[in-house]
Write a protein that binds this ligand. Structure first.
Ligand SMILES: [Mg+2]
Length: 280
């Protein structure tokens, strides 16, 4: 295994798709090289970039000012979030009422997608569940109400609500070597409850962010360049690397505390990165 350099990526690619958390920033600040890297791309008229983030807790404009507050200057139209993909997930439902787990921004994404936000009670008056983030609600009481509502609907034979998960990441790096559970873990806990109550049924969330294709397709639609020119840079094999491989885009694993290096040679092919960077 060898580490590649940013110059090698610049020599081979014109469209950069960049994960935010664990690549540009952590919750405690910008990562080394992030500011120089984005400034280099901002100056480079031969290249283009988008931030592709599973964040559904902030609107694109809020993400841009958040990165900016850490000195990483990204324009909001370059930020593509999993929150934007909520529209794709709700598209086949007409005026859906949604049980939303997430922040005010997650609710705004639902409303921008044509949905309304249902109250956090166990009455079950909703058509979809949208899990967007681990914050903005009291986790256990909300999950208890949601589990009860879904159980009742199942027992009564009511139509099963669509289960949507904007961000399937299970953990996130908190900086200082720490970790936190994120919305993928919250969705998993709900599924465990449903499987426990209804073991003969199959329960699954439809995932909206990486590794699903929606955000990659949105980036390619907006970009001047196509998949052969593109490279994804991310720190998570199951989302960033798998998503890029599925979209036919070269992938770069950025080393972080979440992935053991060297990589296991028995890793499934769709989780093997094209390049590995030590840092930016
Ligand atoms: Mg990341």
């Amino acid at each position: 295994m060898r580490f590649h350099t940013l110059d090698e990526l610049f020599a081979r690619h014109r469209l950069f798709l960049i994960d935010a958390y664990g690549v540009l920033v952590t919750s405690s600040g910008a990562l080394p090289g992030a500011r120089d890297f984005i400034e280099r791309l901002n100056r480079d008229s031969e290249r283009e970039y988008f931030i592709i983030t599973n964040d559904a807790s902030r609107l694109p404009e809020d993400c841009a000012s958040y990165y900016g507050s850490y000195g990483v200057p990204v324009a909001s139209e370059r930020v593509l979030t999993a929150g934007l993909a909520i529209q794709t997930g709700l598209s086949e439902l007409k005026s859906p009422r949604c049980f939303v787990l997430g922040t005010q921004a997650t609710k705004t994404y639902v409303e921008r997608a044509g949905g309304t936000v249902a109250p956090h009670d166990d009455k079950g008056e909703f058509d979809a569940v949208v899990v967007g983030d681990d914050s903005g609600f009291d986790v256990l009481p909300t999950l208890n109400a949601l589990l009860t509502a879904l159980h009742r609907k199942q027992v009564e034979g009511a139509p099963r609500p669509k289960l949507l998960l904007a961000n399937s990441d299970f953990l996130y790096p908190r900086g200082g070597g720490g970790f936190g559970f994120t919305s993928g873990a919250i969705a998993k806990l709900l599924l465990l409850g449903l499987e426990h109550l209804h073991p003969d049924e199959t329960w699954a969330f439809e995932t909206l962010g990486k590794p699903e294709p929606a955000l990659f397709q949105l980036a390619l639609k907006r970009a001047r360049f196509g998949a052969p020119d593109a490279v994804m840079i991310g720190d998570q094999l199951p989302t960033d690397i798998r998503g890029a491989n599925r979209a036919g885009i070269a992938s770069t694993l950025m080393a972080s505390s979440l992935t053991k290096l060297p990589l296991d040679p028995a890793l499934p092919k769709e989780m093997q990165p094209t390049y590995i960077l030590r840092s930016l």
